[in-house]
Design a binder for this molecule. Sequence first.
Ligand code: ZN
Length: 186
Amino acid sequence: MKFCSECAAPLREMIPEGDNRPRYVCSACDTIHYQNPRVVTGCLVTAGRQVLLCRRAIEPRLGYWTIPAGFMENGETMREGALRETWEEAAAEVEDVALYRLFDIPHINQVYVFFRGELAGGYGIGPESLEVRLFDEQDIPWSELAFPIVTDVLTDYFSDRQGDEYPVRVSKPSPLWAKQTQHKRS
Ligand code: ZN
């Protein structure tokens, strides 16, 4: 961030009075431009014993498989965002929606929230997907998953499914995530 979105003057980085960390502050109008983590919301869609995955038609990780997810928009709830992303990527509606996973990813300033829900009706191929498919556990393309977080959510899900209990958990990124690409604004 270099220029003020209010008045277009240059910004400087400084700790405002009463604060304890550097912020971008406008040199002209004194507006403080706070930067805070962004929320990515998604939905693990199940259909009986199968899970729905989308093959990405966009970068990053074009051609790799993922769970419907994306940045939360202003004016919507996390749940609404997850269902919107599911509709946009897979033309799918879900029912019995429940909160499932929260991941803090402080090194990229993001929070991921995943719901899970059962497919209600059919599905299609949204504009951000090349292909949408239901997979049995043994057919999951583990080496072609788009993001480590997808691997984590699916691994947790198949593990939880053995006991038929799906507790909400807060997770941290595993070391495997290191420099792996996550969602970016396209
Ligand atoms: Zn300004």
